[in-house]
Design a protein around this ligand. Structure first.
Ligand code: IPD
Ligand code: CA
Ligand code: CA
Length: 283
């Protein structure tokens, strides 16, 4: 199916309902296995884990999609992309368990992330945190909600007053572009930098004002598709590190409340490799 007209508000609302049902079904699977995993494997890269819960969550989400939206293409972390992913206007980017490392350690910060892209642009977002039973939703042009109440980004005006989050990709052992220097420097320049361990939930926390900003590299479309729409629809700003246009395929994102965007961008762009002591001096 390749529709030529963009989805109407009614279409988007229907897609949101389906995404919500699917994410909550996946979340129920995660809750059932929380603390009682039956399988835990590394996927290849050091520390990149997959469990039976990731796989079963994905299976129930894909079943819901196939039942309600058989014409839509899918890009899902554990099973890959459907054959028509490149040609279909609609692509669902699905992470059935964002925060697998947390989950495997019974640390309750994890989520299901379901995002719908229309011609590459996120239009529907659901991030569901099953342990907290917290539901984040957004629709392009219509707003963002937590537990069905409208949400907005924070009004924190400066980097010095801000609380941020970031993360470290699984390839951090193989690359110098590992975010360690940025983390070190921003810890120094702000009230704190958290390493939540779930990119989708970090972005949802920016959207609802619990965090003022978030940056990370090495992410996949299924980590980002829903979360960036949450931030945008909650009034925040999403870009590349240098404030250029955000590219889903780059895996790199800067998402903030807008007010601290230029300062955080500048700090990231100007960060020098670890070992240069000048950058850690207080201004
Ligand atoms: C990971 C989480 C983590 C981020 C990693 C992601 P996963 O996803 O979002 O916060 O730092 O880069 O890969 O593997 O738990 O789905
Ligand atoms: Ca993920
Ligand atoms: Ca995952």
């Amino acid at each position: 199916m390749t529709p030529s007209t963009p989805p109407s508000s009614a279409d988007l609302q229907r897609f949101l309902d389906i995404a919500t049902e699917a994410a909550q079904a996946g979340g129920a699977v995660l809750q059932r296995y929380f603390g009682q995993l039956t399988s835990l494997e590394e996927k290849g890269r050091q520390g990149d884990l997959v469990t039976n819960a990731d796989k079963e969550s994905e299976a129930v989400i894909l079943a819901a999609m196939a039942r309600h939206l058989p014409g839509h293409a899918i890009l899902a972390e554990e099973s890959g992309q459907s054959a028509d992913a490149a040609s279909n206007d609609y692509l669902w980017a699905i992470d059935p368990l964002d925060g697998t490392t947390n989950y495997a350690h019974q640390y309750p910060f994890y989520a299901v992330s379901v995002g719908l892209l229309f011609r590459g642009q996120p239009v529907v977002a659901v991030v569901f945190a099953p342990f907290f039973q917290e539901l984040f939703q957004a629709v392009r042009g219509l707003g963002a909600w937590r537990d069905r109440q409208p949400i907005q980004v924070s009004t924190t005006p400066s980097l010095a007053q801000s609380l941020l989050a970031t993360g470290f990709a699984y390839d951090r052992h193989q690359t110098d572009d590992n975010n360690y220097a940025e983390f070190h420097r921003l810890t120094h320049l702000t009230q704190g930098v958290r390493r939540g361990g779930s990119a989708a939930l970090d972005l949802a926390f920016v959207a609802c004002g619990r965090l003022d900003g978030y940056w990370e590299r090495g992410l996949a479309p299924w980590d980002l598709a829903a979360g960036i729409l949450l931030v945008q629809e909650a009034g925040g700003q999403v870009s590349a590190y240098d404030q250029g246009p955000f590219e889903l395929a780059s895996g790199r994102v800067l998402a903030t409340n807008g007010a601290i965007h230029p300062a955080l961008s500048q700090a990231l762009v100007e960060t020098r490799p670890l070992g240069d002591p000048d950058q850690y001096r207080l201004a």
